[in-house]
Write a new protein. Structure first.
Length: 186
């Protein structure tokens, strides 16, 4: 019986080794992606830059017959991508832009920290940082103002200043680093 098992055991070992080698080869081939290579790189499309929105030109408004009010007007914040226009837009006589930025990392500021405008001008705050902010007047300002909601990344808040005076303001979320001033002249 021993002579019969010996050739059978030898064949079984050879078969087992061959099967193991085939299994290892299949696993390696599958891990390497099947062994296929591409002769040329695949084409990808490059991102196209988004064109900047057109710069509006201010149109003079007719001279008022009554003196301007002594309160400020809030300008509605809109998202141009989702807002449909219903008629011609009018622009204020002048506008100033204040950016909310992170400089250095973790330190948020209003830039510029001080601006001077004439009464009737609009200030537009743009959040160019990754954090939400508010625009809130300090106590003692000629007129109080505050954002109705947080201004988030890429969004704006605008306010028309009709009364001359010095308006100190801050961000309620970052009150120690985000402080600034709007000086309104008549």
């Amino acid at each position: 019986m021993r002579t019969f098992l010996s050739p059978f055991a030898t064949r079984l070992r050879v078969l087992w080794v061959a099967l193991s080698l085939v299994t290892v080869a299949c696993v390696l081939l599958a891990a390497c992606g099947g062994g296929q290579t591409t002769a040329s790189p695949t084409a990808t499309t490059a991102p196209t830059p988004t064109p900047a929105p057109p710069t509006p030109t201010p149109t003079p408004s007719p001279s008022p017959t009554a003196p301007p009010p002594t309160t400020m007007k809030a300008v509605v914040t809109v998202n141009p991508a989702t807002t449909a226009t219903s008629g011609p837009a009018t622009m204020p006589v002048s506008a100033a832009v204040v950016q909310m930025v992170e400089n250095p990392p973790g330190h948020y500021i209003f830039q510029p920290a001080s601006i001077t405008i004439t009464a009737g001008s609009v200030v537009v705050w743009i959040d160019n940082s990754d954090a939400p902010h508010t625009v809130t007047s300090d106590p003692g300002a000629p007129s109080a103002f505050n954002t109705t909601q947080n201004v988030t990344q890429g969004k704006t808040f605008a306010l028309q200043f009709n009364q001359a005076g010095t308006y100190h303001y801050h961000c309620n979320i970052h009150p120690t680093t985000m402080k600034a001033v709007v000086d309104v002249t008549s």
